[in-house]
Design a binder for this molecule. Structure first.
Ligand code: ZN
Length: 471
């Protein structure tokens, strides 16, 4: 403890047996409650390296943490009380924006929204955008290869990262902070650390790729009889807009019913009565290099043509103002809050080939209903990326905690078997963490798992980095 205090300053070390550390040791969904030997908050890369050298010398496990917003228990310690919790929050400097190279260099503890604002101040766009953007940090975004609502156009965190600075478990610093679009000089270490969930080393800084800001952003809500109609609309708009769709989200009727019940204030005016029977609802966003007037006219013409061509398409609501566009997004963003208000549910963050989504949803919902009559699948997400949040809520009248305790393992099994049968993945954008470790063993190929174990053994031979996660 004295060595840690000497490395980072006594003010930045909190002993595990002292003050309340639950802000660090309990995860955001309150499923995992761990204990830490100590919480240490270094103020720079050199201090992170010093802490890791100490931990390495004394064989102390290290759990890196940014904004503590993991949805899979990826950033809280286990309950042994042995691990050192390494908070990256004090590494919060934007090191620079290179507008001509369209890059931003920032430290791991910078809040995503702060980085977005720094890009905006330079007249550019950092398109990584997700629900936790006001509190999640760049290091965690990269360590979990976060997705979000603009992946369709701009890619995951991985596609937005050009360079990394990483501290190894032994405390060496790899400076890979180069803003290069092309770099074939050996194995790609950057891509190895992105998505490694803190199990191979600690990301301390990154060079992020910025994009031009779109001149006009157009938003609409559409209702569709079925998911296949939503996909027909997706294909049509992709083809006829020259790939200008930036988001294409769906919400099933149960998801909207939850919002109507728990968050009626988030129901957009002009969309009919909250909770009225409707099929799948699409929230779509398209960017256009033209001025608002001509862009909106072209947008509405595109939508009107789609209405004539796709029989299952119902009402279409192109947003008439920025305020209305925001109201449409609030409806989508209200779903996780409405779910939380309703109680615990069984969550699946999955991806499938877009072409297989309707067949998957039909098969998975039938399997869940056969297993748990009355259970309510709440399905929404980034359908343009093939990524669904397929969550299962308790039947009405059944206590959510009891439902989870009795059924979670069985429901996961039938849903993930269905995902595998349709060529999908059990983790699309949230990672593996603790929550999906067993499922990974079952659904990832044995050869892939063996290669992952060899990588882990080579880069973290003592097994000190974020133990019990991923593998
Ligand atoms: Zn998502």
């Amino acid at each position: 403890m004295a060595d840690l205090a000497a490395s980072v300053g006594a003010d930045h070390v909190l002993p595990g047996d002292g003050a309340d550390l639950s802000a660090y040791t309990v995860d955001q969904r309150r499923r995992y409650r761990g204990r830490a030997w100590a919480v240490v908050s270094p103020g720079g890369t050199d201090e992170v390296a010093a802490v890791l050298r100490l931990a390495h010398a004394q064989r102390v496990p290290v759990v890196p943490q940014g904004g503590n917003t993991s949805l899979v228990g990826g950033a809280v310690p286990d309950d042994s009380g042995r691990a050192l919790l390494l908070s990256l929050r004090r590494l919060n400097r934007i090191r620079g924006v290179d507008a001509d190279n369209r890059t931003l260099t920032a430290e791991a503890g910078v809040i995503l929204q702060t980085a977005q604002q720094a890009a905006e101040a330079a007249g550019l766009l950092l398109p990584l955008s997700l629900a936790a953007e006001g509190s999640c940090t760049l290091g965690g975004n990269l360590a979990s290869n976060a997705g979000g609502v603009q992946v369709l156009r701009y890619g995951n965190a991985r596609e937005l990262c050009l360079g990394l600075e990483v501290v190894t478990p032994a405390g060496e610093v790899w400076d890979g902070l180069r803003g290069l679009r092309k770099d074939n000089s050996g194995y790609d270490l950057r891509d190895l650390y992105i998505g490694s969930e803190g199990t191979l080393g600690v990301i301390t800084a990154a060079v992020l790729r910025l994009h031009p800001r779109p001149r006009t952003v157009l938003t609409a809500l559409a209702s569709c009889a079925g998911l296949d109609d939503a996909l027909a609309l997706f294909e049509r708009l992709q083809a006829r807009s020259g790939g200008a769709l930036t988001a294409f989200e769906v919400m099933n009727p149960q998801a909207l019913a939850l919002v109507a019940h728990h968050r009626p204030g988030d129901w957009p005016a002009g969309l009919g009565p909250a909770g009225a029977a409707r099929g799948w609802t699409v929230l779509l966003e398209l960017s256009d290099p033209r001025e608002a007037g001509p862009a909106q006219a072209r947008f509405e013409a595109l939508l009107a043509e789609a209405l004539g061509a796709i029989p299952g398409l119902g009402d279409l609501h192109p947003a008439q103002s920025l305020a209305q566009a925001r109201a449409f997004w609030r409806l989508r963003e209200a779903i996780p809050h409405a779910q939380a208000a309703d109680g615990l549910n069984i969550k699946h963050d999955i991806a499938l080939p877009v072409s297989r989504l309707p067949a998957f949803v039909a098969a998975a919902d039938a399997a869940v209903r056969a297993l748990c009559p009355g259970a309510r699948p709440v399905t929404f997400g980034h359908v343009g990326d093939g990524n669904l949040h397929h969550n299962v809520m308790a039947p009405p009248g059944v206590a959510p905690a009891d439902f989870l305790a009795a059924n979670e393992a069985h429901v996961n099994r039938v849903v993930y078997d269905c995902v595998e049968a349709h060529g999908g993945t059990i983790s699309a954008e949230h990672g593996i963490g603790q929550l999906k470790r067993e499922a990974l063993q079952r659904h990832q190929s044995p050869v892939a798992l063996a290669l992952m174990r060899r990588l882990k053994a080579a880069l973290d031979p003592e097994g000190l980095m974020n133990p019990g996660r991923v593998l």
